[in-house]
Design a protein around this ligand. Structure first.
Ligand code: DX5
Ligand code: ZN
Length: 230
């Protein structure tokens, strides 16, 4: 991470708790508990049974949890087409909206739709999606999200070559010298988070590692302890 980032007053690392692995029957309570436990972001996974083979939640659920927390709501759209639903999530209180280039006919336009709606814009690259998608638009983005699993399900194993992609994106972000979050999603656990940070990530999505543990605060504290060693 660049020194510029470290002096900006922002935290060096952020934990984004993915509610995909929360108890949906008690979602509001789960959001409160995980923020109380130390999560920085609520990572909100939106799946459409079309772009990905699973179906989750939409803007109405985002709107329902918005009053429950001041935490950043980090919406990860796994939907195709994507543009039409973006203003709905902005109205529902999303802070960051990220999308996959394969789900957009016009990536630059979709970034513009997110910004015009008043949100920060992120681009998500699947494990096999090449970094060339960043060539022309990195300067327009607030966040790059690298998938370390194929999107659609929680609880999958971290794909190791993601580390090489992280190092490459870290170098590109440092080169342009403005703040762009580098988030990683899938298979993040207490025992690999430090290696992932060393490869350049600053924002870590964790679903099953947190919500599958008996004590969310202890798990997040263990992640931060690992990050402190980096
Ligand atoms: C997968 C989702 C992830 C998922 C991560 O498509 O985008 O956010 O919840 O889950 P874990 O942390 O269990 O791999
Ligand atoms: Zn996600």
């Amino acid at each position: 991470m660049s020194d510029k980032r470290r002096t900006s007053g922002e935290p060096r690392y952020r934990i984004a708790a993915s509610i995909l692995s929360a108890d949906f029957a008690r979602l509001g309570e789960e959001v409160g508990r995980v923020v109380e436990a130390g999560a920085d972001f609520i990572h909100f996974d939106v799946m459409d049974n079309h772009y990905v083979p699973n179906l989750t939640v939409g803007p109405m659920v985002c709107e329902a949890i918005r009053p429950l927390t001041q935490a950043t709501i980090d919406v990860h759209l796994m939907v195709k087409p994507v543009d039409r639903i973006i203003p709905d999530f902005a109205r529902a209180g999303a802070n960051i909206i990220s999308f996959h280039p394969e789900a957009s006919e016009h990536v630059d336009r979709t970034i513009g739709v997110i910004k015009e709606a008043g949100c920060k814009a992120g681009l998500v690259l699947n494990p096999a999606t090449p970094l060339v998608y960043l060539d022309h638009v990195l300067g327009e983005l607030d966040l790059v999200l690298l998938m370390a699993v194929n999107p659609g399900f929680g609880g999958q194993r971290f794909i190791p070559y993601t580390l090489d992609k992280l190092r490459a994106v870290r170098a590109r972000i440092d080169e342009i010298g403005r703040e762009v979050l580098l988030e990683v999603d899938g298979g993040i656990k207490v025992d690999n988070i430090a290696d992932v940070a060393r490869a350049g990530a600053d924002t870590f999505v964790a679903g099953s590692a947190i919500f599958g543990s008996p004590d969310y605060a202890a798990t997040i504290a263990a992640m931060r302890a690992e990050l402190a060693t980096v």
